[in-house]
Design a protein around this ligand. Structure first.
Ligand SMILES: *[C@@H]1O[C@H](CO)[C@@H](O)[C@H](O)[C@H]1NC(C)=O
Ligand SMILES: *[C@@H]1O[C@H](CO)[C@@H](O)[C@H](O)[C@H]1NC(C)=O
Ligand SMILES: *[C@@H]1O[C@H](CO)[C@@H](O)[C@H](O)[C@H]1NC(C)=O
Ligand SMILES: *[C@@H]1O[C@H](CO)[C@@H](O)[C@H](O)[C@H]1NC(C)=O
Length: 275
């Protein structure tokens, strides 16, 4: 009896500890790191993130509920962060990659600057990346190609420069790709510009507004700039040439006429009786 009661008590204790663990253990050290660093790298001049306080980062999720604005939880882990249109400044912390369950990251329509951290590659569940309409600079990290589930990459209206990494074309699930209105340069990789098979195709609207970007599917504009010069050159050149040619022709005609007249004169002179 006594022994049996001891066992049941122990079982009960273990059960209670487990249950508490499930409730409290939702506090994931990775998510805490992620949020602490993200909050430190962001500036919030309009104080829009009122309840992003340090004490909440340790336990941001209560099962499926989050106590942080813009965060959505799934089973105790943050799986979605939507902090769009909040007048946020500052930069994107590389520690964001510690939110390893993140599936959607939307920081669009703020005033974020600095680079897109290549560390985002460690967000292996990431499906949606929307960083559009900010002031992000630097190049697009080729490492994003390692987020195999990505189906949205929306980076439009930033100050991104450099080449578009051809590796991004390897993302077979990609259904939205928008890098319009940046400072990208060089050729559009065929892996993105001219996708084949079942892969989603992206039209010119995904690429326009990058002064030095060229190639299909953008209209053949890059070289139009050159050919306008060429046309002007050819026009001027041929104008000058035809001027020279017609001048020469006129000269030759005049000369021929002169000679003919001279010859005529000579003939006349010859025919004239010499009195
Ligand atoms: C946090 O802030 C958001 C937006 O202001 C609000 O909807 C939410 O209820 C707040 N959550 C808590 C726990 O205060
Ligand atoms: C990204 O965010 C912008 C601004 O919030 C929105 O207009 C756009 O539709 C989003 N992109 C995608 C692919 O959902
Ligand atoms: C697109 O790719 C196909 C074959 O994959 C090729 O025949 C075609 O010329 C390419 N088009 C452009 C504009 O590069
Ligand atoms: C280009 O693609 C976008 C997004 O898929 C679509 O909304 C738009 O209508 C397309 N434009 C043309 C000219 O096909």
């Amino acid at each position: 009896m006594v022994v049996g009661g001891g066992i049941w008590r122990r079982v009960l204790v273990v059960f209670v500890v487990c249950a508490a663990g499930m409730e409290m253990g939702a506090a994931d050290p990775n998510d805490e790191q992620c949020l602490t660093h993200l909050s430190a790298s962001l500036e919030d001049p309009m104080r829009n993130l009122q309840n992003w306080t340090r004490d909440r980062f340790a336990n941001p999720c209560q099962g499926f509920t989050s106590y942080l604005q813009g965060a959505t939880c799934n089973n105790g882990r943050i799986y979605k962060l939507s902090l769009n249109n909040l007048s946020l400044r500052g930069s994107i912390s590389p520690f964001l990659s510690n939110c390893t369950n993140l599936q959607a990251l939307d920081l669009s329509s703020n005033a974020l600057s600095g680079p897109i951290p290549p560390e985002l590659q460690f967000l292996v569940n990431l499906a949606v990346l929307n960083l559009s309409d900010n002031a992000l600079s630097g190049s697009i990290p080729q490492q994003l190609a390692l987020c195999a589930y990505l189906n949205v990459i929306d980076l439009h209206d930033n100050q991104l420069s450099g080449l578009i990494p051809p590796q991004l074309g390897l993302l077979v699930r990609l259904s939205v790709f928008d890098v319009s209105n940046n400072r990208l340069s060089g050729p559009i990789p065929a892996s993105l510009g001219n996708r084949s098979g079942n892969l989603r195709q992206f039209n010119a609207s995904s690429y326009e507004g990058n002064k030095d970007l060229y190639g299909y599917p953008l209209p053949y504009k890059k070289n139009n700039g050159l050919s306008i010069l060429a046309i002007v050159g050819i026009g001027l050149g041929s104008g000058f040439l035809s001027l020279v040619l017609s001048f020469t022709a006129v000269c030759m005609w005049l000369r021929a006429t002169e000679q003919k007249m001279a010859a005529e004169e000579g003939k006349i002179g010859h025919l004239m009786p010499d009195y």
